[in-house]
Design a protein around this ligand. Structure first.
Ligand SMILES: Nc1ncnc2c1ncn2[C@@H]1O[C@H](COP(=O)(O)OP(=O)(O)O)[C@@H](O)[C@H]1O
Ligand SMILES: [Mg+2]
Length: 479
């Protein structure tokens, strides 16, 4: 497609309406329009009687508003392609009967025809029409419940860069940030939101810590998306998901759902939904598979099966397993608590695997009981474990998983699969494999390799070992 063809394909009226939706100013639209008709930067500058530099500046603002990344001429080609695609979608929607949003039942990989209303106006045309959406209430809307304070935030530059790459540059549709309680998921996604919100028309964050039924969450999300208008909610969750996805197509939204583990089942293997909450799985799958321009970010203490199954380097679905803070960043936490005995800081950080919540808690104990001296505490070679972090994930374990945890806690050394198999004789080998996999899916067991034979061994990190020993072993077996 050359420049002239692109311009011929896109009507001026459509260009105006999409420019209004993206907050493009009239002066920028003028430059866009001339560029699309194939006129050079020099010619545009002379035609508009402005400097070439200003033409380039206006173009770069346009790229930002369309979230076009890249360099030089590639950017313009991408913009042309994007406009062309949006225009084709718009024409397709014009050809369809205007009966509101319809679910074709397709998982859309190749068909624009699924969108049955104006792509910028998804819900029964209940939003202002695109030509009047310059001040559309949906643009630049931030609705973040229970925001946490991240004014003190150390490290995580690589994780933030990776997430930004997936979400902003690669336009991923579903991302999960997973890891143990206290490892910093909520803090990280809050920081991420601050960093990438300019790329989105709206940003909505919710915590699932009260395990809301899917219908309630969907109603809440749609309410926020259609604010200040009241959404016309369908009766069935399936239909509301269709409505939601229409919004996700029309606007670039960042949706964040924190603490997804609360809707997962107890006494079962990892990542299975509570009874009555299976619809969440369908929601995540549809958001991952259908075509739209938004992104859903989830945080969970357990690996999520949808993501695990759908993840593939070529798909816009990713998960980030969050490890503890790097030693130099974890040190900042101890520094912030005015601790002394620096020669023992590394040992303490390694013992708690850089988990910022555990480090904050142990730092408070060291302040209180050891007069701020980390060395005085480390000398005792003891571990303090925290029920507030581990009770909840432990309760979700299946009976067999609990048994495996208990065996691993009792042993001083890490155990191979064979050794573990010998200890828990009464169960089928396949059940033991499932239990180990499930515990890995909850990030509760560590894998290590022997140096000499390269054999794989399983063990618990000290805090978890202490927790199991203290609270889940008969007292005679406690270490
Ligand atoms: N990068 C960080 N720098 C400083 N403090 C952090 C960092 N990440 C987390 N924390 C702190 O550690 C605690 C646990 O973090 P949080 O994000 O709530 O963990 P999670 O959501 O994984 O359970 C919070 O008090 C938080 O402020
Ligand atoms: Mg959290």
């Amino acid at each position: 497609m050359n420049d002239n063809e692109a311009q011929a394909l896109i009507s001026q009226e459509f260009l105006q309406s999409i420019a209004a939706d993206r907050g493009i100013r009239p002066a920028e639209l003028e430059v866009l329009s001339l560029s699309l008709s194939g006129i050079s930067t020099t010619a545009i500058a002379s035609q508009l009687d402005i400097s070439e530099d200003l033409v380039r500046k206006r173009l770069s603002r346009i790229y930002i508003k369309f979230q076009i990344e890249g360099r030089g001429p590639v950017k313009f080609a991408k913009l042309q392609q994007l406009l062309h695609n949006l225009y084709q979608t718009h024409l397709a929607s014009e050809r369809e009967p205007k009966i509101g949003v319809m679910d074709t039942g397709l998982t859309d990989n190749n068909s624009d025809l699924q969108i049955t209303t104006h792509p910028l106006n998804p819900l029964h045309n209940s939003l202002p029409t695109s030509s009047t959406t310059h001040n559309s209430p949906i643009l630049n809307r931030i609705d973040w419940s229970e925001a946490i304070d991240v004014s003190i935030f150390y490290g995580r530059a690589e994780e933030l860069a990776q997430l930004e790459q997936w979400i902003v540059q690669d336009s991923s549709r579903l991302i999960a940030v997973v890891g143990l309680g206290g490892i910093g998921k909520t803090a990280l996604i809050t920081k991420l939101k601050q960093q990438i919100q300019p790329y989105f028309d709206c940003v909505i964050g919710r915590s699932l810590h009260n395990a809301p039924p899917l219908e309630n969450l969907l109603a809440d999300l749609l309410k926020s998306l259609s604010h200040p208008q009241e959404p016309e909610l369908s009766e069935k969750a399936d239909e509301i998901i269709v409505q939601l996805i229409s919004y996700l197509r029309a606007c670039r939204c960042l949706l964040v759902l924190d603490d997804v583990q609360t809707i997962l089942r107890s006494n079962d293997l990892y990542g299975r939904y509570l009874q009555g909450y299976e619809g969440y799985g369908a929601l995540f799958r549809r958001i991952a598979e259908e075509q739209h321009q938004s992104c859903l970010v989830l945080s969970s203490q357990e690996k999520l099966r949808e993501i695990f199954l759908l993840e593939n380097p070529s798909r816009p679905i990713h998960s980030l397993k969050l490890e503890g803070l790097k030693p130099e960043d974890a040190q900042q936490i101890l520094l912030g608590q005015n601790l002394t005995g620096k020669q023992s800081w590394q040992e303490l950080i390694q013992h708690y695997r850089g988990n910022p919540l555990e480090l904050k808690l142990i730092a408070a104990t060291i302040q209180d009981i050891f007069n701020r001296d980390v060395a005085a505490f480390v000398k005792w070679s003891t571990t303090v474990s925290y029920r507030e972090i581990l009770d909840e994930p432990f309760q979700r374990l299946s009976a067999l998983e609990k048994q495996v945890m208990q065996w691993l806690a009792k042993e001083e050394k890490a155990l191979s699969f064979q050794q573990l198999r010998a200890k828990i004789e009464e169960i089928a080998t396949s059940d033991l494999i499932e239990a180990l996999e499930s515990l890995r899916g909850r990030y509760l067991i560590e894998k290590v390799k022997t140096q000499d034979t390269n054999e794989l061994l399983f063990t618990l990190q000290p805090v978890i070992k202490k927790y199991v020993t203290k609270y889940h072993l008969p007292s005679a077996q406690k270490i």
